[in-house]
Design a protein around this ligand. Structure first.
Ligand SMILES: [Ca+2]
Ligand SMILES: [Ca+2]
Length: 283
């Protein structure tokens, strides 16, 4: 049985996590004293009031909306927080696993560049239904989906042509096009040379590159195609997962570093995560 969620004052939450994406369940109070509950899995907290007003306005355009006095985190919030700790705070192998879909906050031109403002995964391929996976960063231009298992009649990501199985529900950056990029801030415990494995699919082959703190660091990294003509399902050519071991080696200083992942050529790749391993001597 899930522990009862703690109610957090709205202003406290906004002040403490100004750029987080949080799933919430809240109660709206209207000027006629009526109210209703609303579930919002993810959105940018500084736009909380605007988002709530827009949601409610469509249903009751003649009523004013008072800001909710508190926010009740949904169970998804706890899972999200645990995930972030697992990804970022592991004591050995720091920075460890870097999930691409958890790129930095900040929006278009700051944290990422995407070729169009729509998210073709969250809210589109995966229709908005109030769930964590379908609405993950739904308002971002980066296109995000997740690994789906046991689909019928055609399996999706756990298909026979997948070489390395991703974790179920693994979020990934898809619909990639040349020229797109996203930033990921990593916190490195031990300075040194790190190799990185990549979990990915690639419909037609392509290449990526990685900058470290704004400077090109990896050179162009070839991503071989995972196309397999034996698969009779055409759309599944985007779902043949594989792992590229030791794709690159990066010299990372201790402390925070900004990684910028560029899609250089090819596009049509799905990028799930990089696993970093300390491979060289300390610098
Ligand atoms: Ca997009
Ligand atoms: Ca895109």
């Amino acid at each position: 049985m899930a522990a009862p969620a703690t109610r957090i004052p709205c202003q406290t939450l906004i002040a403490s996590a100004p750029q987080s994406f949080l799933p919430i369940r809240t109660k709206l109070y209207r000027s006629d004293q009526s109210s209703r509950h609303l579930q919002i899995p993810f959105f940018r907290l500084p736009s909380l009031r605007d988002h709530l007003r827009a949601q409610d306005h469509r249903r009751s355009p003649n009523l004013c909306l008072r800001c909710p006095r508190s926010i009740q985190p949904s169970p998804g919030l706890q899972r999200h927080s645990l995930h972030r700790r697992a990804a970022q705070d592991r004591p050995a192998g720091h920075p460890g696993r870097v999930d691409c879909a958890f790129y930095d906050n900040g929006g278009e031109g700051i944290a990422y560049h995407d070729s169009d403002p729509a998210n073709h995964g969250s809210g589109e391929l995966n229709p908005a239904d109030g769930s964590y996976l379908h609405e993950f960063r739904i308002h971002d231009g980066v296109d995000i989906s997740y690994a789906k298992f046991n689909n019928s009649p055609d399996r999706i990501d756990d298909n026979p042509w997948t070489i390395v199985l991703p974790p179920a529900n693994q979020l990934y950056v898809g619909w990639t096009e040349p020229g797109e990029w996203f930033n990921v801030t990593v916190d490195v415990k031990t300075a040194g040379t790190y190799t990185a494995d990549l979990l990915y699919t690639s419909n037609r082959g392509g290449s990526i590159s990685i900058d470290v703190n704004g400077k090109p660091a990896s050179g162009e990294l070839k991503i071989p195609t995972t196309y397999n003509s034996a698969d009779p399902v055409a759309w599944r050519q985007w779902h043949h997962w594989n792992r590229l071991p030791n794709l690159t080696a990066l010299v990372l200083p201790a402390g925070k570093s900004l990684l910028t992942i560029h899609v250089v050529s090819g596009g049509q790749m799905n990028l799930a995560f990089f696993d970093f391993h300390l491979s060289g001597g300390r610098t």
